[in-house]
Every structure is written in structure tokens, then in C-alpha cells.
Ligand binder design. Structure first.
Ligand SMILES: [Zn+2]
Length: 237
């Protein structure tokens, strides 16, 4: 494995089996540690669901397919930073992020029907935020290795064929170039500031909902546990 690929893999901590509570506690501890390095360890608007995918119920998940890793959690943070607090109302709900992907009814299901590469453009900007947030949390990332690794995943986007370039190799090269340009033009302090501002709005929303409670003996937890930024468990009811 060449050094860049090794560097790209180094921060990827894949845990395919999260059923053991030891494993769950370990990965959660790693996440909580990284969050505290961002200076957000006591933020009331930062909720975690490590074993879930994406963003739901105002909580950030750490899963992508079979793998649970800190980088997936930071990718969700980066989406919040990329959206920014101004669009919280349009983009966040108890069901998750709204990506506004156009859909078309095809045979028996809705299919994404892209007319532009907007979705991929958003991902490319999101990767730049992820890079800066991970660096702030203490990860030593190489920008080029990170961009190359991130661009590989873009081939699975529904609007891939709208990305400029003849063939997959040229499209990937375009994505790498764009991610590096976004990394260059984004300031770390802005990335963290936008995430923190998103969490501030979230905290106000949660305060109004008054549904988040510390977990105590009264509540059965049927699903994978949810954590606050300091690692304590909470329930929603
Ligand atoms: Zn994404």
C-alpha cells in the first residue's frame, strides 16, 4: 500500500460489529474525545447516535453501511456546517436532513431524477468542511489523500453522469480538484463556527420541544443508545 493510501486509511476506523456493548462504548468514547477537541463537549445541541446512519431526530449518526467510524460522524457534522444555521428550518427535521433531491415515479418507486450535479457539488463542499473539522479535532490528514479517498465515493452519487469529464477517471479527477479548491478556500475557524452555530439553533429547538431527557431507570431503551456530547445517555419521549 502506498503511503498516501495508508494515510487515507489511518483515520478510518471501521467497526463492523457494534452489537457488543464494549465495542459500542469504545467507539462512543473515541467520538466523545474528538468532539471535546473541537471544544463542543458540553454543547447542549450536540446529540449522537453512533450506530445510526445519517442525521435524524437532531442527532448525528456514525454509520455508513456496515461501518461505524468517527469520520462518518464528522461527515454529518460537515453537512450541518455546509448547510449553515441560516437554513436550519428548511434543512433539519426530526426525520433528518432535507437534501431536496428531485424524485420521479418510475414503475413502482420514486427514483432520484437529477437534472444537474447540484447534489455532488454539495458533497464536494461538504468534504472540505469535513477535512477542516477533522483537522481541528486533531486528525493529521493529507489534503490530497483525503480528496482522492473522498472522490472515490462520488461515483455512487445519483448525478454522477452530470459531473464534467469523459469517463469515471476524468470525473474523479474533477472531483479531487474541486475538493482541494474548496479546502483551500474554506477557513477552519469558519467550518467550526458554522457547525457551532447550527448546534446553537438546534439547542434552542430542543429546548422548545423539551423531549430530550437524561436516561434514567424509568425508560426502556429499545434502540441503540443516544448520547449527548459529553458521553452521557439520553432519551427522547
Ligand atoms: Zn454526504
Amino acid at each position: 500500500m502506498d503511503p498516501k493510501a495508508r494515510e487515507a486509511r489511518r483515520y478510518t476506523r471501521q467497526v463492523s460489529n457494534l452489537s457488543g456493548s464494549n465495542m459500542r462504548a469504545r467507539i462512543t468514547a473515541v467520538m466523545v474525545g474528538r468532539i471535546s477537541r473541537l471544544g463542543l463537549g458540553n454543547h447542549p445541541g450536540l446529540l449522537l447516535r453512533p450506530a445510526y446512519e445519517g442525521y435524524c431526530d437532531y442527532a448525528f449518526g456514525g454509520r455508513a453501511g456496515p461501518s461505524v467510524a468517527v469520520e462518518h460522524l464528522f461527515h454529518e457534522f460537515a453537512h450541518a456546517a455546509e448547510f449553515g444555521p441560516e437554513v436550519f428550518r428548511q434543512r433539519a427535521s426530526i426525520y433528518g436532513f432535507h437534501f431536496n433531491t428531485p424524485k420521479e415515479w418510475v414503475f413502482d418507486r420514486y427514483c432520484a431524477d437529477p437534472k444537474t450535479m447540484q447534489a455532488t457539488e454539495r458533497e464536494l463542499r461538504t468534504f472540505a468542511y469535513q477535512y477542516h473539522l477533522m483537522r481541528t479535532a486533531g486528525y493529521r490528514l493529507d489534503a490530497e489523500a483525503f480528496a482522492a479517498e473522498s472522490a472515490r465515493a462520488m461515483a455512487f452519487m445519483h448525478d454522477w453522469y452530470w459531473v464534467p469529464g469523459e469517463g469515471d477517471t476524468a470525473r474523479k479527477a474533477y472531483c479531487v480538484e474541486q475538493i482541494l479548491a474548496h479546502i483551500e478556500s474554506t477557513r477552519s475557524a469558519d467550518a467550526l463556527g458554522r457547525l457551532a452555530a447550527w448546534l446553537d439553533v438546534t439547542a434552542r429547538r430542543l429546548e422548545r420541544l423539551k423531549r430530550v431527557r437524561p436516561r434514567d431507570g424509568k425508560y426502556l431503551v429499545q434502540n441503540a443508545p443516544r448520547y449527548k456530547a459529553d458521553g452521557t445517555e439520553y432519551v427522547i419521549h
